[in-house]
Each structure stands twice: as structure tokens, then as C-alpha cells.
Write a protein that binds this ligand. Structure first.
Ligand code: NAD
Ligand code: IPM
Ligand code: MN
Length: 371
């Protein structure tokens, strides 16, 4: 029996999670396991009604469960960042889900890359630090309103402002920070994943040619961990990595990214697989409560129209079952998704004719046939 909190969220989150649950329940039935699902309302409607985002009570409730199955949040009625920071990023940090696992593999014939390239990449994105720590502010002349509190020391920063800007003028800043502990535990996870998957290297992405302090520490630690695990590390600057992912994705196995670059590259990773509609992720806290969600957002442009592809949410369910210790069930779900793609039982974004519910039904039915 698995105790799971289900958060449909906003927009197409609601539509795709319904299909994900349908498929998980079909798999549970076939395998004789029980999913104990508790639904939780998080997102724009609750926020607009009550002003609440992710509350302490919500966090305590989630702690009594093994995992969170999450749709998406985001709504044009709410200012950018309110729901994203107050719910999603808060969840990732409150539960210390420091690894964001985002597999990208070629789904033939849906990959838009020419030449039938075969690739199977495990993107691992550091998920709690970097530019996502909310360390920012606006300095307006002598008035300073900064959200940054560095506890240990006071830092004096000499800003190299261009000649047109004087330090009396208003400017805004957002600081990228990573801790030794944060990079070390993440790097450990990356090298262990490479070991487990039999990959011959870890590719670490950064911008160490510009952000020398931040990604200098990153490289120092990846060098040391590479030595420790006896697995080579290959460094790629994020700009070159964007190019290489389109040109030769088959070169890569485990790709380790700082938080912000990982966000960007995994949308690219999604697109080269077959689109955002098939990209799934797990926010992992080893030994703790992890959260599983599609890579995509609430897609207000297609919400409520039955157009959303449920595969990303269904594969997020697969990653969840894998992580809960039943990779056999996860593989069965992935097999059903593969069959649905092969039989063209897919939504319009993949060139099919099915709506969201029909696509979910087809995959649930294939899961039942898998036995
Ligand atoms: P998005 O991922 O929601 O959509 C990008 C594009 O991809 C849109 O054209 C959309 O229609 C399409 N798309 C996405 N998922 C699809 C699916 N399953 N099937 C078919 N097409 C799909 O990104 P956005 O439009 O930049 O963001 C919308 C909102 O979602 C924003 O508020 C953003 O902050 C939020 N967001 C939330 C999450 C999350 O909750 N994990 C992730 C990303 C974005
Ligand atoms: C994602 C999303 C989030 C992120 C946003 C909505 C905060 O884009 O999960 O990829 O940047 O991590
Ligand atoms: Mn993203």
C-alpha cells in the first residue's frame, strides 16, 4: 500500500493528472497493490479564494505520505512568481528534494531530430540552490530593499557598473549561490546514477567561463567526486550544450545541471524527445518525500479544451512507482505508453486525433493487456 498526495493544480494539470491516476490505478489493479490517494487543492483557485499558497498544515499533511503526484501550477490571473515560488519551489525546498530527475530519450518517430538518432539521457538538475534561492532585491539610490540575508558575514561587493550607470541609480539583482554541501550531495547522486546505469561519464553543465566563483566551486567538487567514483567528468558550457543536444544527443548519458540551466535544457530535452507533452520528472529527496510531475506547466493556451497530452503526467507516475520500489510496474506503464505511441493512439501535439481522456483510456487499457 502506498500513501500518495495528489495535487492536480491549475490548467491542464487537472486534466493530465486525472489520466495519470487512471493509469496508475489500472496498473495497481493488475499488480494487486493498493494506492491510498489523498487529494490536495493547491494553486490559483485556492490562492484567489483564501490567499493561501503551500501552508505549514499542508506540509505536515504531506509528511504523512510517501510521495506527491503533482500536475502543474500557474495562472494568468496571478502575477508571475507568486504560485511558482509559493507552491512549487517551496515544496521542493521544504522537502529537500535536491535532485530533479528528467529523463530524455528518443521516442521514434516523434523526435523532430533528423537521422533517427537514438539517445537516452538522464538529466539531473540540482533542485534547491543556484538562482532559485530567492536571494534578490532592488536597490534604489540609498534605499535598499533586499531579500538577501547572508548570515555568516557581511559582504562588500565592488560592482563593475558600466559608465552609464551610477550606483545611485535603481538596479535589481538576483544572486546565484551554491553551497559545498549542496553540490557534494548532488554530485554524489549523479555519479551513483552513472554507476548504476553503466554510463562511462558524467557531463556537468555550467558557465564557468563567466560565473567563475559559483561554477568554479561546482567544478572543484565535480573533479573530486569524479576521482572518488573513478568515473570521468566532462564539462560543457551551457551554450555549447544547447547546440550539442540538437546536433549529437547520442553523446550524452548522465547530464548534471545547476538549477537554472537544468530548467532551460530540460525543455530542450523534452522537445528533442517528442515534445513537452511526453517529458516527465521526479523531484527526489533520497529517503524522504519526493514529488513527481510533468516537466510542462499549466499551459493556459490549451487548458480546458481536452487537447493536453497526458503522457508526461503518466510517465511521471511511472517514475514515482519506480522510486517507490516497483520498477517492474514502472516498466509496464512505459511499455503501455510506447505501444500507444506505436499505435498512434496519441493527442494532436503528436499528430494524433485523440483527446486527453481518450489518450489516457488507451494507455490504461494497454496496461490491462500487459498482463
Ligand atoms: P507550459 O509548459 O505550460 O506550455 C508551453 C507550451 O507547451 C504551450 O504552448 C503549451 O500548450 C504546450 N504544452 C505544454 N504541455 C503540454 C501538453 N501536455 N500537451 C500539449 N501541449 C502542451 O509553459 P508556459 O506556457 O511557459 O507556462 C504556463 C504556466 O505554467 C506559467 O505560469 C508557468 O510558470 C507555469 N509552469 C509550471 C510548471 C509546474 O508547475 N511544474 C512548469 C512549467 C511552467
Ligand atoms: C519547471 C518549471 C519551474 C522551474 C517553474 C514553474 C518554477 O519551469 O518545473 O521546469 O523553473 O523549475
Ligand atoms: Mn521549466
Amino acid at each position: 500500500m502506498y500513501k500518495i498526495v495528489v495535487v492536480p493544480g491549475d490548467g491542464i494539470g487537472k486534466e493530465v493528472i486525472a489520466e495519470g491516476v487512471k493509469v496508475l490505478q489500472a496498473a495497481a489493479e493488475v499488480e494487486g497493490i493498493t494506492l491510498d490517494l489523498d487529494y490536495m487543492e493547491l494553486g490559483s483557485d485556492r490562492y484567489l479564494r483564501t490567499g493561501e499558497l503551500l501552508t505549514d498544515e499542508d506540509i505536515s499533511f504531506i509528511r504523512q505520505h510517501q510521495a506527491v503526484y503533482f500536475g502543474a501550477i500557474g495562472d494568468p490571473r496571478v502575477a508571475p512568481g507568486v504560485l511558482e515560488q509559493g507552491i512549487l519551489i517551496k515544496m521542493r525546498t521544504a522537502f529537500d528534494q535536491y535532485v530533479n530527475m528528467r529523463p530524455a530519450k528518443a521516442w521514434h518517430p516523434y523526435t523532430p531530430l533528423k537521422g533517427e538518432k537514438n539517445f537516452d539521457i538522464l538529466f539531473l538538475r540540482e533542485n534547491t540552490e543556484d538562482f532559485y534561492m530567492g536571494a534578490g532585491g532592488v536597490l534604489n539610490g540609498k534605499e535598499a530593499e533586499a531579500k538577501m540575508h547572508l548570515k555568516r558575514e557581511l559582504y562588500t561587493v565592488d560592482l563593475n557598473l558600466s559608465s552609464s550607470v551610477s550606483s545611485d541609480e535603481e538596479f535589481a539583482f538576483e544572486v546565484g549561490m551554491m553551497s559545498r554541501k549542496g553540490i557534494e550531495r548532488f554530485a554524489d547522486y549523479c555519479f551513483k546514477a552513472a554507476e548504476r546505469l553503466g554510463k562511462d561519464k558524467v557531463t556537468a553543465v555550467d558557465k564557468a567561463n563567466v560565473c567563475t566563483s559559483l561554477y568554479g566551486l561546482w567544478r572543484e567538487i565535480f573533479d573530486a567526486k569524479s576521482e572518488q567514483y573513478g568515473i570521468p567528468v566532462e564539462y560543457m558550457y551551457v551554450d555549447a550544450m544547447a547546440m550539442a543536444l540538437v546536433r549529437s544527443p547520442e553523446r550524452f548519458g548522465v547530464v548534471a545541471c545547476p538549477n537554472m540551466f537544468g530548467d532551460i535544457l530540460t525543455d530542450l530535452g523534452a522537445e528533442i524527445m517528442g515534445g513537452l507533452g511526453v517529458a516527465a520528472s521526479g523531484n527526489i529527496c533520497p529517503g524522504g518525500v519526493s514529488m513527481f510531475e510533468p516537466v510542462h506547466g499549466s499551459a493556459p493556451d490549451i487548458a480546458g479544451q481536452g487537447k493536453a497530452n497526458p503522457i508526461a503526467a503518466i510517465l511521471a507516475g511511472k517514475i514515482m512507482i519506480d522510486q517507490l520500489g516497483r520498477p517492474d510496474i514502472g516498466n509496464m506503464i512505459e511499455w503501455a505508453v510506447k505501444m500507444a505511441m506505436k499505435q498512434k493512439k496519441v493527442t494532436a501535439d503528436m499528430g494524433g486525433t485523440l483527446n486527453t481522456v481518450q489518450a489516457g483510456d488507451a494507455i490504461a487499457e494497454l496496461v490491462r493487456q500487459a498482463r
